[in-house]
Unconditional design. Structure first.
Length: 504
């Protein structure tokens, strides 16, 4: 073979000549859902990109690999444990269906080992993707020096490197709050710890009543734990309250205990390693000892030591999140924020991913497409799953006026449950909220029942396309499914007629 020295290397793409005074075009702080998606897209579009991701250990010392909250301590392990727990839920069903199943006994460690094995493959996958996409990865904690300069620190706080970038994306997400309650940091777990705990004792207190709290309480109970939930005020703040109460009612019927109107005041370790909880219930001081306590009282934006103020970035005084405009841009022209750290946006993985991807396309791909934060669907993975898209009933009433809103609803029992004595009568429920003043346009869909997320995804598309009640009525249901209930609604709440279904 002869070698053509004249053309040697001609196929190798040359590094573009950089005219920028900065080392990088795009520096992404945070390797979670939003940061990874944005960094990879920007690099694919030809930008010179670096990403820093560093996990500060939880107060209990838990830390994890690349991928952020969703992959390591959020959606993924949560859904896997929810899935695992459903076998506990189905245990009685199986027997009624004729399966002669073994003793009902769950092995926590085996489940956790398998969950963590899966997460390790995802961590590795993200590392490989960054290499493939030519994104420089720094496993360092980033801090801003000014609006173009980032300092990278190791775990001991020593500066290892200083880099400059034309654009900076803040995608640092959030971390669980311990509420400043005495003893909480030392005695309690959070969702940062739960999914990798080698063992989980029997009697568990879950503090908080929002979606992370109820989801964790739900799967812990189905995994044979004795679960109590401490509720300060309402269930699932921000969600439709009618639906939220139904979620909690189902959980209570299953045997999960709720302490209402209650807040913890202090936590203390007992000599035998349990946790003594001092709390107030309906104004009265009480004390109870639990084997373990899970704090799920909300999350704080992880902006505390980021020194964003050195770059002049404005944060919300209430939440510590970055205030952004409709383009995910902060008040500093070249500093952007997506995901959980962006003020006023839904804290959901697909939202962070889409916002990060669109931002990169606008910055480096000539796109003008903005992220649409309206009608974002979501699911609460409680024992009976709840999914929704669009307005809650309360918000629809406020936005359009109660007299202009019609709510169609049904309470039903999935066909499969009809021959199972252990399953409650109409515990599943669906409602569709329409605007009478706008051709009965559907402004909200809510569904409580098995596989709720799978049910809602397609309906979310139809909401985007301007679904009306007439179109829903024309749509043929798939029989016999739970999702078809949404196509068959003819009872309005206003009519006062019972929503309970009697036949097919
Ligand atoms: P994150 O994924 O949090 O990533 C931020 C990254 O930045 C982290 O790795 C962090 O360590 C790193 N970082 C922080 N500061 C620095 C710094 N100074 N330097 C370098 N790196 C830094 N969403 C859903 O859509 N569906 C669900 O079912 C769901 N379930 C959830 C369950 C739980 C228990 C939790 C906690 C969350 C859940 N979420 C769910 C929410 C979802 O996980 C978040 O919305 C999503 O992860 C946000 O992505 P992000 O990119 O904004 O931040
Ligand atoms: P949320 O949605 O912020 O909810 C926090 C829950 O914890 C809520 O029920 C609060 O009650 C309760 N809470 C807050 N502080 C306390 C104290 N001090 N004592 C007892 N109970 C308390 O948090 P999540 O973690 O579920 O979710 C965080 C985000 O992640 C959320 O936006 C999702 O989209 C994703 P309240 O209703 O305020 O009385």
């Amino acid at each position: 073979m002869t070698v053509d020295f004249a053309n040697l290397g001609a196929d190798v793409p040359e590094e573009p000549v950089r005219t920028s005074p900065y080392e990088y075009d795009y520096f992404v702080i945070g390797g979670g859902s939003g940061g990874l998606a944005s960094a990879k897209t920007a690099s694919e579009l030809g930008a010179k990109v670096a990403l820093a991701d560093f996990v500060k250990p939880s107060p209990q010392g838990t830390s994890w690999g690349l991928g952020g909250t969703c992959v390591n301590v959020g959606c993924i392990p949560k859904k896997l444990m929810h899935f695992a727990s459903m076998f506990g839920e189905y245990y009685n069903d199986q027997q009624e269906c004729g399966w002669e199943t073994a003793q009902k006994q769950h092995n926590w460690k085996r489940m956790v080992d398998n969950v963590q094995k899966h997460i390790s493959t995802l961590n590795w996958g993200y590392r490989v993707q960054l290499i493939d996409k030519n994104v420089t990865y720094f496993n360092y904690l980033a801090k801003l020096v000014d609006n173009h300069t980032i300092s990278l620190l190791n775990k001991d706080g020593q500066e290892m490197k200083r880099v400059t970038s034309e654009h900076i994306l803040v995608a640092v997400g959030g971390r669980p709050s311990f509420g400043g309650i005495p003893g909480a940091d030392e005695c309690c777990y959070s969702s940062d710890d739960l999914f990798s705990l080698k063992e989980m004792p029997k009697k568990v207190l879950v503090v908080g009543a929002s979606y992370i709290s109820l989801e964790c309480a739900g799967f812990l109970h189905a995994l044979q734990k004795d679960v109590t939930v401490m509720v300060r005020s309402i269930f699932l703040r921000g969600f439709d309250q009618d639906m939220a109460d139904k979620v909690a009612e189902y959980m209570a019927n299953e045997g999960i205990k709720f302490i209402r109107n209650s807040v913890p005041n202090a936590f203390k370790k007992t000599e035998d390693g349990k946790v003594e909880v001092k709390y107030t219930e309906n104004g009265e001081e009480r004390v109870e000892v639990y084997d373990a306590v899970l704090m799920a009282i909300g999350r704080n934006a992880d902006t505390k030591n980021l020194d964003l103020e050195k770059a002049g970035v404005q944060l919300s005084p209430r939440t510590g999140k970055v205030i952004v405009n409709d383009y995910e841009q902060s008040n500093v022209e070249n500093i952007w924020a997506v995901g959980d750290v962006a003020e006023g946006k839904p804290e959901l993985t697909p939202v962070a991913i889409q916002a990060g991807t669109y931002l990169a396309k606008r910055l480096f791909g000539g796109s003008s497409q903005r992220m649409d934060y309206i009608n974002v669907p979501t699911t609460v993975f409680t024992p009976l799953e709840y999914s929704c898209c669009g307005y809650s009933e309360e918000d629809a009433n406020k936005e359009f006026g109660e007299e202009n809103i019609e709510v169609y609803h049904t309470a039903f029992k999935p066909l499969e449950w009809n021959f199972l004595d252990s399953r409650e009568a109409s515990s599943c429920y669906a409602k569709v909220i329409v605007n009478l003043k706008d051709n009965e346009k559907v402004v909200g869909i809510h569904f409580l029942g098995p596989h709720a997320g799978e049910v809602m995804q397609g309906f979310a598309v139809s909401l985007k396309l301007g679904l009306t009640k007439a179109i829903l009525d024309e749509t043929i249901g798939i029989h016999p499914t739970c999702a078809e209930e949404i196509t068959k609604l003819d009872v309005t709440k206003r009519s006062g007629i019972t929503a309970e279904k009697t036949g097919c």
